[in-house]
Design a binder for this molecule. Structure first.
Ligand code: PEP
Ligand code: MN
Length: 341
């Protein structure tokens, strides 16, 4: 940590900062320039971080040298992590040159529908089946999901088609149940900073799909991943799904830049979800390909065989045949950037 003092800081204030740092059991290395003094602070990182050094009179700024997300950071783990979802021969991989392909309906609605969609996406090359059993809806009057019955259907149909399954947990009380039926637990954008939920999911060893909150920075996302990692679960896949923007042309604002930024800061894989990012089927293919070209470790797409009849997110769903065409294009772009599905 580096403490930068104000130009106007007095000698008494500088001495006080040094004494305060030393009283915390930390070392202070003073460096006096013509106009400003800076103090390098050395010692236990967590203690330095929790000390309110910026509140000391005369201090202009406190700059961290190491990121607070130490387990998620590249510094801690220079090689990219590869996260495996599923078991046996139906394993999907994310990261380190592997592009995972998650697809399926927004919500699990019925066995027949899920079965049709799962068959189609498997044929197209998807590697993970998605479907929400607990839906975090903006309106309390909207379809809230099939709950436990939905989890069982997802498991059954995933197994039938040889696809590992991912579904969202929205309540810490459901984590055990979701972990029992799913291969991967999704943490939705609305819950990215539900720290109780993150901690519960971190206690399992299940791979986690962590979506970026709609007003969260990439560093906020990495701090949320740190909650899961710090509980002993290293299997986190991040997801860029758009943030709130000022333009209502799309549902959200797709941030492709988040992909190289995440790769620079972290070893964790990051995938893209152009379905929720754009909310518009005609824009999903271009944004999916842009994500893979920018280095995304996977693509998450909502697919429905009858979008006009869907109980959730119908207007943004791709038809199975549209997904099949997109999956072929994704494969070509992935190969062009040296990756495999
Ligand atoms: C979803 O995946 O259906 C979903 C609700 O996503 P998000 O949390 O990104 O809005
Ligand atoms: Mn959805």
């Amino acid at each position: 940590m580096i403490i930068i003092l104000r130009e106007s800081a007095t000698e008494d204030q500088i001495t006080h900062v040094v004494e305060r740092v030393q009283s915390l059991g930390l070392q202070a290395h003073l460096s006096k320039g013509t106009y400003r003094t800076v103090i390098g602070v050395i010692g236990d990182e967590e203690q330095i971080r929790s000390a309110p050094l910026a509140a000391i009179p005369g201090v202009a700024e406190v700059v961290a040298v190491q990121p607070a997300f130490k387990l998620a950071s590249r510094t801690a783990h220079p090689e990219p992590s590869v996260i495996e979802v599923g078991s046996g021969k139906n394993v999907a991989r994310f990261g380190g040159g592997h592009v995972g392909m998650i697809a399926g309906p927004c919500a699990i609605e019925s066995a027949e529908r899920l079965d049709k969609i799962a068959g189609a996406i498997k044929k197209a090359g998807a590697t993970v089946l998605r479907g929400g059993a607990y839906k975090p809806r903006t309106s309390p009057y909207a379809f809230q999901g099939m709950g436990e019955d939905g989890l069982k259907l997802l498991r059954e149909i995933g197994d039938k088609h040889g696809l590992p399954v991912v579904t969202e947990a929205i309540d810490p009380r459901h984590v055990e149940l979701v972990a029992e039926w799913a291969d991967m637990i999704q943490l939705g954008a609305r819950n990215m900073q539900n720290f109780v939920l993150l901690t519960e999911v971190g206690k399992t060893q299940k791979p986690v799909l962590m979506k970026r909150g709609m007003a969260a920075t990439v560093k906020d996302l990495l701090m949320s991943a740190e909650y899961v990692l710090s509980q002993g679960n290293p299997n986190v896949v991040l997801c860029e799904r758009g943030v709130k923007g000022f333009d209502n042309a799309c549902r959200n604002m797709y941030d492709v830049c988040a992909i190289p930024q995440t790769h620079e800061l972290s070893h964790l894989p990051i995938i893209v979800d152009p379905s929720h990012a754009t909310g518009r089927p005609e824009m999903i293919p271009a944004c999916a390909l842009a994500g893979v070209a920018a280095g995304a470790d996977g693509v998450h797409i909502e697919v429905h065989n009858c979008p006009e009849d869907a109980l959730s997110d119908g207007p943004q769903a791709l038809l199975p045949e549209q997904y099949a065409e997109l999956a072929q294009q994704i494969r070509k772009v992935a190969e062009a950037v040296g990756k495999t599905i």
